[in-house]
Ligand binder design. Sequence first.
Ligand SMILES: C[S@@+](CC[C@H](N)C(=O)[O-])C[C@H]1O[C@@H](n2cnc3c(N)ncnc32)[C@H](O)[C@@H]1O
Length: 242
Amino acid sequence: MVSNEYPKDRQEIKEQLDTLSVDQNKVIFLVEESQLKNTVFSTINCYDEKTDRRVIWLASFAQYAKSAAMLGNVAECGVNCGEFAYYINKYFADKKLYLFDTFDGFASKDLEAERSLGERAFLESRFNTGDSFKVASLDIVKKRMPHLQKCEFHVGYFPASAEGIDDNFCFVNLDTDLYQPILAGLEFFFPKMVSGGVILVHDYFNSSLPGVQKAIVDFENKSGTRLHKFPIADYCSLAIVK
Ligand SMILES: C[S@@+](CC[C@H](N)C(=O)[O-])C[C@H]1O[C@@H](n2cnc3c(N)ncnc32)[C@H](O)[C@@H]1O
């Protein structure tokens, strides 16, 4: 059984298995079997609650926000199969959770903009193929959420999918990987954050996604705001405190 989400990789695996004379009827590709995909991706979570540093950080921030009686709801921009969203929904059980995703991977206009930045690290990375995150589906995420009644799904291109939302936030996870939607996320959410609220920007320390750091610098310069930032020791995310 193979769970690789990249079509090119799957083709390569098929060819290798063929050279080894493995019967193709015995090979199951999870992402091509929609029923299996729904079952497996909605039950397995790759982030372990006891060892994943970002999840541990989130649990303590949620506890702190509660004890400080922090107002505002919560959101995730870039949900994919909802593995981190599961924990946001679990730890902020009494808050409304807004979930934004195309549920169809990166938008081609965002990919074009990313390529035009000319960063070799991105151009040579697996993210540049355009195949990334195509396996996610709304069904998978809905099955996973522990408090589905608190979730509001905004399916489609962000920021257009956020039009008309007038709310405040105490926690937002920005995890859309690319320059355009990260910048749009900061522009949309930062003014709506309550005092002490946090925007967590994933992939800040991911050298394959240099657009994330650039979006933060450009947001600071465009808005004339000096952000309060600190790493959360997961070697990947940067917290921005309002
Ligand atoms: C790295 S994945 C998110 C991972 C997820 N936070 C988790 O915990 O597993 C990035 C997601 O951002 C979404 N995305 C990227 N750009 C977007 C945009 N402009 N609008 C909506 N969704 C977008 C992709 O569809 C993809 O599902």
